[in-house]
Design a protein around this ligand. Sequence first.
Ligand SMILES: [Mn+2]
Length: 323
Amino acid sequence: MSDFDLFNGDADGIFSLLQLRQTDPRPEAALITGVKRDTQLFARIANEVKAGDRICALDIGMNRNRPELRQVLETEAEVFFCDHHAAGEIPHSPHLKLIADDSPDTCTASLIDSYLEGAKAAWAVCGAYGDNFQALAGRIARDRQITFPLNQLRELGELVNYNAYGSTVEDLHFHPAELYKILLAYPDPMGFLEDAPEALETLRNGYRSDWDITEQAREIDISREGQILSLPACPASNRISGLFANALVDEDPDVAFAILTHLDPDIGGYRISIRAPIARQTQGADEFAKLYGGGGRAEAAGIDHLRENQMDSFIAAFQATFR
Ligand SMILES: [Mn+2]
């Protein structure tokens, strides 16, 4: 029997798995993860899974994994799937244990916290902060009587989230599996923060210097309801674009944002982070992103590749969607 832990390489995925594996260790589990957008993780294991294998899938969305999930269930492997993205059609199988909630105020780390009845709640607080759910993070901390300084848990959540942003794992400071293993050695987030290993300094320094690139943001199309900005092609842009988008929508929750990051000239076009105006009812960032082959959640979504010649259509559709 083999174990496979599939998890989003972002804070929500990593802090979900930390909670689970510090209560139910599976040291031999294969760690299957990648950059934040690399969520089609069942495809990587579907052909090697056997009956009785245990698969744990966290924060990766069912929509982009359904065919391979079906294939895995048909081999009679046992799948535990926990997620907060819109699931779509759910396969019927006695081998699937599903915890899913796509309401806009939850995240996977919080669902795991409920499942484990708060056994490792401080990690869940970091996960919620990392996924940009400030109120939820505060609620978990209160409900579970976490006494650690929340500003420090928030910093850790944001740094681990930041680490997952990039076009490929080569853009990242740490492969998410490596960062997970570093954190796993500590019983709780404060242990890691107080020990202050080199990894913490690396993330802090990278985060600080990457923000500088946002000063080079160019305005592509600006209206009262929606702003489209672009960043130059470089690893710093690849890492910071999603956080830049979060910061903008936190500042101006009535406005929709699209941050376009130029891809290398040999590929051309853009990678895009989209944020719906969270203070208005016109959400559906995921539905909008789907028009261009992307996906995500109602509030936050992404498009992997927009070609130059799609730009006019993109601008018109963006402004129409979020008007
Ligand atoms: Mn998440």
